[in-house]
Design a protein around this ligand. Sequence first.
Ligand code: BES
Ligand code: MN
Ligand code: ZN
Length: 485
Amino acid sequence: MKIIFSKGRPKKTRGLSGIVSFEDAKDALPAPVKKALLSKKFLAKDGESLLVSLSGQTFLLIGLGKREKFTLQKVRLAAARLLSQAKTLQEKNVALNLDGFGRVFPVSEVAGAAVEGARLSQYRFDKYKSKKTSGVFALEVLTLHSGDNAPSVSKRMAEAQIVTDAIYFMRDLANEPPNVMNPPYLAAEVKKMAAKNNLDCKALGLAEITRLKMGGVLGVNRGSAHEPRFIILQNRVPKSAAKDPIVFVGKGITFDTGGISIKPAGDMDKMKFDMCGAAAVIGAMKAIANLKLNVKVIGITPVCENMPDGNAQRPGDIVTFYNGKTAEVLNTDAEGRLVLADALAYAKNFKPKVLIDIATLTGACSATFGDLCAGLMSTDPALTQRLKDIGDKTGERLWELPLWDEYFNLIKATYGDIQNISKKYAGTITAGMFLKEFASHTASWAHLDIAGTAWNEGSAKPLSPIGATGIGVRWFVELAKHYSR
Ligand code: BES
Ligand code: MN
Ligand code: ZN
């Protein structure tokens, strides 16, 4: 699908045309909207849509609800809605009038969000279908048009293409089945990507990880037939921007059986998504490189497979991390914090100004928030606010949980320094408290728990089909943009 911009209505009027409108629109309305409003078949309520024909042309009217509740997320959803209708009608040419969005945001922002919505909604993973579903019908052109134009429109549209390309890449990695996606496979894919996208990449293997005494990574991977990997990606920036990097750390468990503390069989297949944190970091690095952001960014992903085995780690084992701290492994299913501990401790070597980790870490987080937002815990209130704002802007919401000192009692251990599960409750927060022990070298640290939001199961969402959602890529891109000089 090609997405182009046209100043003014495109000349060719074949295909499907999308017109959006506010419930309380006061601007001059296009004829099909006026007619539909008069007939009261369309009230332009949020999420409402109506297909109408007028002088041989098909229009999809899309309601935006009240103007004061308008966000860029509604632009993304409108674009998705329009393309889904085009698919139903088998219309290969689609146009979307951006003027109905009412100039609440600059036209460049609206065009960028429309590209995001269009592309995110069209993603499919049919690599393993013997009969491909995509390709049978393919949208050809989406024309975004507006009476306004600015040089920044094409720039924002190109940026949205780069970012959604990275999300496609991220989703492809995360949707890959676990008999294919293992730590060496991921490292090889990332190396190929890095070579094509102007990134430096190092993937440490078992020997190097052993030499560095990363006891968390080694413990978690002991039951696996595969070697672990510790992947480090860096963008290339001028010397002037090379100091004080931003460091992103992503949990990369290519499959989480729980280990000896094995999980129940139902839904265990979903644990192929336990590397979505790592995939988000990798996707973000690809986008950040292609956007040529002028800030040093480093992406670290510890990658393991958590399996039961005669050689697997046991409940009761004590592991020693890269920084010398120790933890009692009371439950081998709380493995994410063990691999992240080594990676966060290792990040100290880069002297980060901001350190952020992202992980499908606790079932308790999805129990708390469902799939409406991700959990956010941080040692820096300014960073918390920035991330919450980014969450609102990207439509991938974040909500804060506290990391008060008193919670530490719940993970104080009998034999080691700390234990990897809580003595009682607060499963998401105590996981955050565990990680905090390894991030204290950087004043500005945040932990993002995407357990409830990393994939869709059962049913698709407008901007993502069943499978990996790609959450996190845009958070990191936005944050890097903020620091880009
Ligand atoms: N990967 C899981 C967390 C998870 C569970 C994410 C379900 C998404 C959906 C993690 O490794 C895990 O197993 N966590 C345990 C921790 C517990 C043993 C303290 C959990 O949440 O049950
Ligand atoms: Mn687990
Ligand atoms: Zn896990």
